[in-house]
Write a protein that binds this ligand. Sequence first.
Ligand SMILES: [Zn+2]
Ligand SMILES: [Zn+2]
Length: 297
Amino acid sequence: MRKRKSGSDGSGTQTRDLTRPASPDPLPFPVYDNHTHLEFEDGVDQLDPLESLALAATAGVRGVVQVGTDLETSRWSAEFAANDPRVLAAVALHPNEAPRLAAAGMLSEHLSEIARLAAAPRVRAVGETGLDFFRTGEDGRDAQYESFETHIEIAKAHGIALQIHDRDAHEEVVATLTRVGAPERTVFHCFSGDAALARICNERGWYMSFAGTMTFKNAPALREALAVARPELVLVETDAPFLTPEPLRGRPNAPYLMPHTVRRLAEVQGEPLELVCERLAANTERVYGTWDMDTDE
Ligand SMILES: [Zn+2]
Ligand SMILES: [Zn+2]
């Protein structure tokens, strides 16, 4: 199954270098990419999901959480995870899908199907859900709130993690989690807040997942947030095929490129790379459980 990559990380120009970057030096201890979209086409020199996972393993990225954004990709994610020991799944309707589905009268039906998919043993998160005030205007917000709140309830009902997409909506996301009650394991995917939001996450025990954006030259606030974040709440992700880390910004992204982000993260945390990798792996397993297929119920 393939979905065309849509949108842009803001770095796109006609002169983008679309060749696939070389593999970085492998990490000294294997980690997980806790948020990726293997089914999205990046439009060039496409790696299929199995090739992508094999390449990731050679770079020290031993597993991924494959994230759905609608029913089709959520079903695909759940099925893929059921059959591959390197993959766990997250299922949800993306906050930018919610208004479209509500307008078509299909939101509650699709939410019921997400609840059904969330029961599968290798579906370990509900996400990505949340609020996106960047791409959705005022008229779509009621649908976003309804969808977000239902996803929170689904995560709690199944005792699995919640992966939040928060774009230009920090205060409203925090207020919604506070009002509805956050699941025990709540993750801000592609954390985009500043040190103030990191302090709130520290207090509430919410996880902060840093993507390639943290390496961008114009993102000092993200590095300040990372420096403030309690290390045991820090996760790492690619959000591939989007958000390729420096020095490769603008080129196609995939899980095998995550070591660039991990190395920068270790620099900001001021600790040895190996120790940081061990902690990232332990944090990720604490949130999603084991990737090992033998221990599934
Ligand atoms: Zn997102
Ligand atoms: Zn995503």
